[in-house]
Design a protein around this ligand. Structure first.
Ligand code: CS2
Length: 456
């Protein structure tokens, strides 16, 4: 950082501080380029401040707190970069600060809780039951949420909406099931209160947001004349589809382009299968072929063909003219090809056992139900198996089970790894042998790339 430029704060860039009415769990780059950005752009942004809590590490809270919550969103396209200071996060809090979470959830003016806790975090709640019962501090996001909702019930602070923004099909129902299951075990009356007072909103979220690098920090400093230790770089494209009720109100996110629908299923599937599915396919096949970023992998004919074939399969199960699949596909090719966005495949490759259940399996099942093999969806699973087989370590909620499966050889290993994604498929010898054959067909002579250091 240069010695002369001031640090970005509300004195350097005047930004009014809205009262906290939104609590967010999962203060990461995506939250800042998406929900916080939409909130800043809402016509009534002055009434909607966000208190955003970190997940695993407190770093982002410390860095943002030193900047009064402000940060720069860099929109990066082939045409160049634009810079916008976002001020909707009015409190950046260490996720371990439970007393602040409980206090905010018990406050009547809090109307919304939004979540970006990752797909893998939803099933972890039950681990917190003994802690909740014995009065210890919960450690999982769902456990913390249940504690906060108990305080809201006791305070008589009224209903609110809980908005999951993770890449899960029917994420509102997943959140509902996990929160209710834990709450009921902890306290039956709390379960009943949540059922009556919490509206679980489903959403489909989209904005490609790679990790921020040192070079991004230097660029912002040069272009903006202040030092920002927490800028976020993203593509110009953004999309947010929501379905559900907001009993205590919400910002006018539609002013920033958010869309409210009754049936979110088709939009979720389109995004999860076409965008995220292609991402996972590129993450595994691309790295095995020596590529580091989405744009590099897409420029490789073999990867591009695998993506197109998977899209052909998925598109058969995305009916209805209004989904505009051909236009969506061609927009995706442009977005993925944006070579100024260095979206590292290693970042996307994490948590594969959870992601593929959402991205490959539904298409495979739909194809099989229609009497076809679903070979392009199978190829995604085969690429994951080849990838985890070729790496020493992988970040995954089932890392230990993956390590154990790797002690096996040949199609036994294939069956064991497949079983982590779908026990049904692993019990079907024909599926195991087809995926084993496809696994052998994925070239994996090259070493996977290393992602850049995560700054936040
Ligand atoms: C990606 C997503 O890391 C991943 O698994 O597929 O983060 C993707 O970039 C976003 O969903 C885009 O909206």
């Amino acid at each position: 950082m240069s010695a002369t430029a001031p640090r970005l704060t509300r004195q350097v860039r005047s930004a009014p501080k809205a009262p906290v009415r939104i609590v967010h769990l999962g203060l990461g780059a995506f939250h800042r380029s998406h929900q916080a950005w939409y909130t800043q752009r809402a016509g009534d942004a002055g009434e909607w401040g966000i208190a955003s809590f970190t997940g695993r590490r407190p770093d982002a809270a410390q860095i943002l707190a030193a900047q009064d919550g402000l940060y720069t969103v860099v929109e990066r396209s082939d045409a160049g970069d634009t810079f916008e200071v976002v001020g909707s996060i009015v409190e950046a809090v260490d996720g371990a600060n439970l007393s602040r979470l409980v206090e905010l959830l018990a406050a009547p003016q809090t109307a919304l809780v939004t979540l970006t806790i990752t797909e893998a975090a939803y099933p972890l709640g039950p681990a917190d039951l003994p802690r909740l019962v014995s009065g210890e501090e919960p450690k999982t996001p769902i456990g913390r949420l249940v504690l906060g909702l108990a305080a809201r019930k006791d305070a008589g602070a009224g209903p609110l909406a809980l908005v999951s923004c993770d890449n899960l099909a029917d994420n509102g129902s997943v959140a509902r099931n996990q929160v209710l299951a834990l709450a009921r075990e902890y306290d039956v009356a709390l379960g009943a209160w949540i059922e009556a007072n919490v509206s679980f909103v489903s959403t489909s979220v989209d904005r490609i947001t790679p990790r921020t690098t040192e070079a991004d920090l230097a660029e912002v400093s040069k272009a903006c004349g202040y030092e920002d230790a927490a800028p976020v770089v993203t593509e110009p494209f953004h999309n947010w589809v929501l379905s559900g009720d907001f009993p205590a109100g919400r910002p006018r996110w539609e002013d920033a382009g958010a869309v409210f629908v009754n049936d979110i299923g088709p939009y979720e599937n389109r995004k999860l299968w076409l965008l995220n599915g292609a991402h996972s396919l590129l993450a595994y096949t691309g790295q095995l072929r020596g590529h580091a970023t989405v744009a590099d992998a897409l420029a490789d004919k073999a990867c591009r063909q695998a993506v197109e074939e998977f899209w052909d399969e998925a598109a058969r199960h995305l009916p209805g003219h209004e989904l505009r699949i051909p236009e969506y596909r061609s927009a995706l090719l442009n977005r993925f090809g944006n070579s100024r966005i260095a979206h590292h495949l290693a970042q996307i490759a994490t948590d594969g056992s959870t992601k593929l259940r959402m991205r490959a399996l539904p298409v495979l099942r739909a194809e099989q139900a229609a009497g076809r093999s679903g070979s392009a969806a199978m190829r995604m699973i085969a690429a994951w198996i080849a990838f985890v087989s070729s790496t020493a370590e992988c970040q995954d909620p089932l890392a230990e089970q993956i390590r154990q499966a790797k002690t096996l050889k040949g199609d036994q290993r294939t069956a064991a790894l497949l079983g982590l994604i779908s026990p049904d498929l692993a019990a079907d010898p024909a599926a195991v042998s087809q995926i084993h054959r496809l696994r052998g067909a994925v070239p994996h002579s090259l070493t996977p790339s290393t992602p850049p250091k995560d700054l936040l």
